[in-house]
Design a binder for this molecule. Structure first.
Ligand SMILES: Cc1cc2nc3c(=O)[nH]c(=O)nc-3n(C[C@H](O)[C@H](O)[C@H](O)COP(=O)(O)O)c2cc1C
Length: 372
């Protein structure tokens, strides 16, 4: 049987992808006119550009409900599975990931959807599982699927165990556990990839423990480099104790404002993320996060608020191409093996990043030239 390879499995020390191109405004909570339009045409164009440039993955955000404000931030979001299926058919080498809320998707149906997508893309699909945080969003969808924090991860464990079993055997099996009871289930065809890459977006101790036990990539928030470094060191200690076979990879997300001079980059950052921020939407999100999520410590919320519009809590990569490479080296040295990039307008700004930043990252040895 042919071994299919996902570009995510390549040898690059620092893997790059695009994040949130499926969402109106991407991750910039801004009112500027040039903010991202998530039309299908734009998604297709930027996905093909990223593929040609050699990026490893495209990662969507999973959202079922927006955050109001003048821009109706994240009310307009393309659904992750249909989006990824179409992009897998329209690209050649790049990994395309689906972001999935565990309790909103029946695992048997999802296993088959992802296997189908893997066939469509010739072995390039990935799964980013999120266990959920926004009670309001779950209540809108019926409520009873929003479990206690602990139960969210118990549920996710059973959910993932079922999916993995379905991907490993064509033989029907029964399943009987706390959250799932299935009779004679199977999912044929199996995926092309032996191991579909699995990401988990999480921040709590429970979430990190889940990632250590189960997934390939922990998708993290980077508020502070020292904190990130400490977090990764302590997770690696846990990994050793738990005798993981392959090391866990750590990735974050970062917003890019890259211009020929630092002054230009800083001025544009201020223009879109302070003078023209959609503060009503920002405050709505911050309030929801404060009430529902453990990812950001409560005492850091005010500082977090002022930086939030630039990239939804992402890490700043702001300045000249050399400054961006410097920032990426710092992320690498803190222990990350990649970051998912966002731009105010991906199509306007990614070509400059591709021409000026990618060759510099290759020069410093973190990536090889892998363009199509
Ligand atoms: C980097 C990152 C990306 C995430 N992406 C999404 C997403 O697309 N949709 C979503 O509803 N939640 C997303 N989440 C939230 C997670 O699902 C999770 O509920 C939240 O981080 C709380 O983490 P915890 O369960 O470990 O406390 C993301 C979290 C992180 C850290």
């Amino acid at each position: 049987m042919t071994e299919f390879s996902n570009r995510l499995d390549n040898k690059n020390k620092f893997k790059l992808g695009l994040f949130a191109i499926n969402c109106a405004s991407g991750l910039a909570v801004t009112k500027v006119n040039e903010r991202w339009r998530n039309s299908w045409e734009n998604n297709l164009k930027i996905a093909q550009l990223a593929d040609e440039a050699g990026l490893e993955y495209l990662l969507p955000l999973g959202r079922w409900m927006g955050y109001d404000g003048e821009t109706h931030f994240h009310s307009n979001v393309l659904e992750s599975i249909s989006w990824a299926s179409a992009l897998l058919a329209a690209t050649r080498r790049i990994g395309v990931i689906s972001t999935i809320h565990t309790s909103l998707h029946n695992p048997v149906i999802l296993a088959k959807q992802l296997a189908t997508m893997d066939h469509i893309g010739g072995g390039r699909v990935g799964l980013n599982m999120v266990c959920g945080w926004n009670r309001q969003e779950y209540e809108a969808l019926g409520g009873e699927l929003f479990f206690s924090h602990q139960d969210r991860y118990h549920h996710a464990q059973e959910w993932l165990d079922i999916i993995r079993k379905l991907w490993q055997t064509e033989t029907p099996f029964d399943w009987n556990s706390k959250f799932f009871k299935f009779k004679k289930v199977y999912s044929v065809p199996l995926p092309l990839q032996k191991n579909i890459p699995i990401f988990n977006g999480a921040g709590s101790t429970l979430g990190k423990d889940f990632a250590i036990r189960n997934v390939d990539y922990l998708f993290m928030l980077t508020l502070d480099l020292n904190q990130l470094r400490q977090d990764i060191i302590s997770i690696k200690k846990q990994e050793k104790l738990q005798k993981r076979k392959k090391p866990l990879n750590f990735i974050s997300y970062s917003y890019v404002v890259c211009r020929p001079t630092y002054k230009e980059a800083e001025e544009y950052l201020h223009y879109y993320s302070q003078e023209n921020a959609d503060w009503e939407a920002v405050d709505h999100i911050i309030k929801l996060l404060a009430n529902n999520s453990k990812v950001v410590p409560i005492e850091e919320f005010n500082l977090y608020r002022s930086k939030f519009p630039a990239g939804h809590g992402g890490y700043p990569l702001v300045g000249t191409p050399d400054d961006i490479v410097n920032g990426i080296e710092q992320l690498y040295n803190a222990g990350l093996s990649g970051t998912a990039l966002t731009f105010v307008n991906y199509l306007d700004e990614f070509p400059y990043f591709k021409d000026e930043v990618l060759p510099r990252i290759e020069k410093c040895g973190l990536r090889e030239h892998l363009a199509l």
